[in-house]
Design a protein around this ligand. Structure first.
Ligand code: UDX
Length: 437
C-alpha cells in the first residue's frame, strides 16, 4: 500500500519505518528541512533501540523516503497518517495547531480518495474538526473529492517502540466508514499474528480510549507512590506489598512500581489534557487532579529526605546522580524526574555530578554546565556526599558495592527505583533509603 506519514517525531518515524518494513511504500513528510536531510541520510535524531537499522534498511530498499514537499506527500498515499506533535499549552490543553495545518494541507492538495488517519493523541472531537477543515478547503477549491477521517491512536512505549508497533496488544480503530475500515484492516493484517487485535469502534470512543488508558496507568503509579509513603511510616515494604497485590489477576503485576513518579512525553501531558477537556465539559475528573499532585510531590521525595539528613546546610555538598532520562532505554528528558531533582538540589546550593548511558547530550542541551557529567557510574561518585538513583538502567543493577563505598565521601544511597535489597545494603555498610520500604 502507498501511504503518507505527516510528522517524523517519535510516533511518525516508528510507524513509518515499521509500515515500510512489512512491504508498504511510505512517504514521510516533515517541514524541518535539516531533519529531513538527516533522516534521508539514515541519521535518526532520537535514541530508540532498533530504529536506526530499520530506517536504514527500508531507505536502502526504496520503501521509505523523507521529504518536505507537501503537495507530493498528499499526492502519494491513499492513507494519510497524521502523526504530528500535540504539545501541552500553558493551560494544559493539547495544542492541536499542527493537526489543523496537516488537515488543511490535505484538503488543499488532494485529488483522489483519501483516508485521513489521526495517530497523534488528540482531544475527543478532533477527527470531526479535521473532517470539517478538509471539507472547507475542498469547498474553497470548488471540487468534490471523497475522503474519510478515522482515529487510530498509538500505544508505543519509548525504548520498546519498534517492538510495540510490530507486536501490538491491540490496534484501536475508530472508523465509521466501511471503505476506510477495510483499508485499515489490510494495513494492520501483518501485525495481527495469532489472533484478531483490531478493535473497531466509533471515532470519539477511539480518541477517548488513548487518554483513558494513559490516565489509568498514571493513576496506578500515583496510587502506588502514595501507598509507598504510607508503607514507609508503617514499617512495611512496598515491594512485598506489590507482589501480594499483583498476584491478583484482576490487578496484575504491571505498572505497580513505586518510584519518583511518572515522566515522559505522554502521561503528564495526557493527564493534564484529559482533565482540561473534562473541565471544559463541566465533568471535573477529581481523581486525576490528585494523581497529578501526588506525582509532582513524588519527584522530590528523596530530596526532602536528603534535607532531613543533611539539615539546612547544603553548601559544598555534592550529589552523585545515576540516571537522567525519564526511564531506561531512551534519551528523552521530557518531564524527567531528574530535572526536578537537579533544580531543587542546585537551588539549595549543592552541586550535581551525573551519569547516564545515553541521555547526557540531551541533558547538556537543556542544562548546559549547571551540573557536571561523568564518564562512568563510578566516576560520578568521586567525592560525592550521597548517590541518588533516578533511572533504573540495567547497568546500575549490580554494581561493585565495595568500590562505590570507597569512592563516596559518605556511604549514603538514595534509591528512587528500589534497585537493591535494603538489608544487604545495610550489611555492606551503606545508609540506604529506597521508596516505601
Ligand atoms: C506511555 C504508555 O505506556 C504508552 O502506551 C503510550 O503510548 C505513551 O506513554 P512511555 O511514556 O514511553 O509510554 O513510558 P512508560 O514505560 O509507560 O513509563 C512512563 C513513566 O511511568 C516513566 O516515567 C516510568 O518510570 C513510570 N513508571 C512506569 C513508574 O513509575 N512505575 C511503573 O510501574 C511504571
Amino acid at each position: 500500500m502507498k501511504l503518507t506519514i505527516i510528522g517524523t517525531g517519535y510516533v511518525g518515524l516508528v510507524s513509518g519505518a515499521c509500515l515500510a518494513e512489512v512491504g508498504n511504500d511510505v512517504f514521510c513528510l516533515d517541514l524541518d528541512a535539516d531533519k529531513v536531510a538527516a533522516l534521508q541520510a539514515g541519521r535518526i535524531p532520537l535514541y530508540e533501540p532498533g530504529l536506526t537499522e530499520l530506517v536504514q534498511r527500508n531507505l536502502a530498499a526504496g520503501r521509505l523516503r523523507f521529504s518536505t514537499d507537501v503537495a507530493a506527500a498528499v499526492a502519494f498515499g491513499t492513507l494519510q497518517i497524521i502523526a504530528v506533535g500535540t504539545p501541552a499549552s500553558a493551560s494544559g490543553e493539547a495544542d492541536v495547531s499542527q493537526v489543523w495545518q496537516a488537515a488543511r494541507a490535505i484538503g488543499q492538495h488532494m485529488t483522489d480518495y483519501k483516508v485521513v488517519i489521526g495517530k497523534s493523541t488528540v482531544p475527543v472531537g478532533t477527527a470531526d474538526q479535521v473532517k470539517a477543515l478538509i471539507a472547507a478547503e475542498l469547498a474553497q477549491r470548488a471540487v468534490v473529492v471523497p475522503y474519510a477521517v478515522v482515529s487510530n491512536p498509538e500505544f508505543l512505549k519509548e525504548g520498546a517502540a519498534v517492538e510495540d508497533f510490530m507486536r501490538p496488544d491491540r490496534i484501536i480503530l475508530g472508523s465509521e466508514d466501511e471503505r476506510a475500515t477495510l483499508l485499515l484492516r489490510s494495513l494492520y493484517q501483518p501485525f495481527q499474528r495469532n489472533r484478531e487485535r483490531l478493535l473497531l469502534m466509533d471515532v470519539r470512543s477511539a480518541e477517548l480510549t488513548k487518554y483513558a488508558a494513559n490516565a489509568m496507568l498514571a493513576t496506578r503509579i500515583s496510587f502506588m507512590n502514595e501507598l509507598a509513603n504510607l508503607a514507609e511510616v508503617l514499617g512495611a515494604d512496598i515491594e512485598q506489598v506489590r507482589h501480594g497485590m499483583g498476584s491478583d489477576p484482576r490487578i496484575g503485576y504491571d505498572f505497580l512500581y513505586a518510584g519518583l513518579g511518572y515522566g515522559g512525553s505522554c502521561f503528564p501531558k495526557d493527564v493534564r489534557a484529559l482533565r482540561h477537556t473534562a473541565a471544559q465539559h463541566e465533568v471535573p475528573l477529581r481523581l486525576l487532579g490528585a494523581v497529578e499532585q501526588v506525582n509532582r510531590q513524588q519527584r522530590l521525595r528523596l530530596v526532602a529526605k536528603l534535607a532531613t539528613l543533611w539539615g539546612g546546610d547544603w553548601q559544598g555538598k555534592r550529589l552523585a546522580l545515576w540516571g537522567l532520562a525519564f526511564k531506561p532505554n531512551t534519551d528523552d528528558m521530557r518531564e524527567a524526574p531528574s530535572l526536578a531533582i537537579i533544580e531543587a538540589v542546585l537551588a539549595r546550593g549543592a552541586s550535581v555530578l551525573a551519569y547516564d548511558p545515553v541521555a547526557m547530550p540531551a541533558t547538556r542541551a537543556l542544562l548546559g554546565e549547571q551540573i557536571g557529567y561523568a564518564d562512568s557510574p563510578m566516576a560520578a561518585l568521586h567525592e560525592a556526599d550521597a548517590l541518588l538513583i533516578a533511572t533504573e538502567w540495567k547497568e546500575f543493577r549490580s554494581p561493585d558495592f565495595e568500590q562505590m563505598r570507597a569512592l563516596l565521601r559518605a556511604p549514603l544511597i538514595m534509591d528512587g527505583r528500589n534497585l537493591y535489597e535494603p538489608k544487604r545494603m545495610r550489611e555492606l555498610g551503606f545508609v540506604y533509603h529506597g521508596i516505601g520500604r
